[in-house]
Design a protein around this ligand. Structure first.
Ligand code: COA
Ligand code: NAP
Length: 272
C-alpha cells in the first residue's frame, strides 16, 4: 500500500519486538533499512531478516548503546558511508523493569532516563544533519506511561513523558526546515519484551486484552502500519502529534489495567 522504494530508513532499537516489526515493514515496502542496538548478535539476525524481506535493499546493522555518545557518533559516521541521507528515522530504544520508587536506586532511575530520554535526544541530534529536508519524518516510540501514571514505573513514566515533549518541541524547531516528528504510543503488544515484563503470564495478558475496547492485545504490525502511514506523504501535514495505537485502551481501560499490573508487581517486589 505504501511505496518506500529507494528511501533510507533508520530504526534505532530496531533489532527486536515492535521496532523490528517496523523495520521489516519499511524493508518490505522497498526501503533501504539500517537497524541499531547494543547486542551484535541481535543486530546480525535483524539484518538477515531484512535481507530476506527485501533482497534488493541495502540493509545495514549498527551496534551501539545509545548511552555511549562516542559509540553513537561512530555508528552514525559508519551509517553516513552507506546512506546519503535519512528519509525516515524511528527512535525506539528503551529499557523497562518494574520497581517501586522506594526501592529503585538513583542508578536504576538514571539507566532508564539515559536510554529512553537522553538516548533519544542524542539519537535525534546525531541524525539531524543527515535528515532529508524538506520531507524527512521522525517517529518516536513512546508508551502509555507518558501520560498515564503507573505504580512501579516512575522511571519509565518520567522518561517517556520527556520523549513526547522532545517530539512536541522539535516539531516547532525543525518544522520550518520541512522535518516532521511524531510519537506513536503502542498499547499492550503481544509477544514483546516490554509487555512480558509488565504482564508476566498468559492469564494477565488475557485480562489486559479484556480491558482494551477492541478486545485484543496489539500486534507489531499494528505499529508498523501506523509508522508506514506516519512517515508517508499521506501524513505530510501531521507533526508534533502523540498518536496512540492501542485499540482505544487509553480512553479508559488502560488506567485501571496499569494500576492492577503495578499493584501485582509491587506485591512481587515486597515478597522478595
Ligand atoms: N529492579 C530494580 N532495579 C533494577 C532492575 C530491577 N528489575 N533492573 C536493573 N535495575 C537497576 C540495577 O540495580 C542498576 O542500579 P544499581 O547500580 O544502583 O544497582 C541499574 O538499574 C542498572 O542496571 P544494569 O543491569 O547495569 O543495566 P543495564 O545497562 O545492563 O540494562 C536495563 C539496562 C536495566 C534497562 C535492562 O533492563 C535492559 O537492558 N533493558 C532493555 C530491554 C527492555 O527493557 N525491553 C523492554 C522495552 S520497553
Ligand atoms: P524490545 O524488544 O526489548 O526492544 C527494545 C530495543 O531497543 C531492542 O532492539 C534493544 O536491543 C534496543 N535497546 C535497548 N536498550 C538499548 C540501548 N541502551 N542502546 C541501544 N539499543 C537499545 O522491546 P519492545 O517491547 O518491543 O519495545 C519497543 C518499544 O516500544 C520501546 O520503545 C517501548 O518503550 C515501546 N512500548 C512497548 C510496549 C509493549 O507492549 N511492548 C508498549 C508501549 C511502548 P539490544 O538489547 O540489542 O540493545
Amino acid at each position: 500500500m505504501f511505496d518506500y522504494q529507494g528511501k533510507y530508513v533508520v530504526v534505532v532499537g530496531g533489532t527486536s519486538g515492535i521496532n523490528l516489526c517496523i523495520a521489516k515493514a519499511f524493508a518490505v515496502a522497498g526501503a533501504h533499512v539500517a537497524v541499531a542496538s547494543r547486542n551484535p548478535e541481535k543486530v546480525a539476525a535483524a539484518v538477515a531478516l531484512l535481507n530476506e524481506a527485501n533482497p534488493q535493499g541495502q540493509h545495514l546493522g549498527l551496534s551501539f548503546d545509545v548511552r555511549d555518545l562516542p559509540a553513537l557518533e561512530q555508528g552514525f559516521a559508519v551509517l553516513a558511508q552507506s546512506f546519503p541521507h535519512i528519509d525516515v528515522l524511528v527512535s525506539g530504544a528503551a529499557g523497562n523493569f518494574p520497581a517501586s520508587a522506594a526501592k529503585l536506586s538513583a542508578n536504576g532511575f538514571k539507566s532508564v532516563m539515559d536510554i529512553d530520554l537522553l538516548g533519544s535526544f542524542q539519537v535525534l541530534k546525531q541524525a539531524y544533519p543527515m535528515l532529508k529536508r524538506p520531507g524527512a519524518s521522525i517517529i518516536q516510540i513512546s508508551a502509555p506511561q507518558a501520560y498515564i501514571a503507573m505504580p512501579m514505573q516512575i522511571h519509565v513514566c518520567a522518561a517517556k513523558a520527556g520523549v513526547d515533549m522532545l517530539t512536541r518541541t522539535l516539531a516547532l524547531e525543525w518544522g520550518p526546515e520541512g522535518i516532521r516528528i511524531n510519537s506513536l504510543v503502542p498499547g499492550p503488544i503481544a509477544g514483546t519484551e516490554g509487555f512480558n515484563r509488565l504482564a508476566p503470564s498468559a492469564q494477565l495478558q488475557q485480562q489486559v486484552a479484556e480491558s482494551v475496547p477492541l478486545k485484543r492485545n496489539g500486534e507489531g504490525e499494528d505499529l508498523a502500519n501506523a509508522a508506514l502511514f506516519m512517515a508517508s506523504p499521506m501524513a505530510s501535514y501531521i507533526t508534533g502529534t502523540i498518536l496512540p495505537v492501542d485499540g482505544g485502551w487509553s480512553l479508559g481501560g488502560a488506567s485501571a489495567a496499569m494500576s492492577q499490573l503495578g499493584a501485582l508487581a509491587a506485591k512481587q517486589e515486597s515478597s522478595k
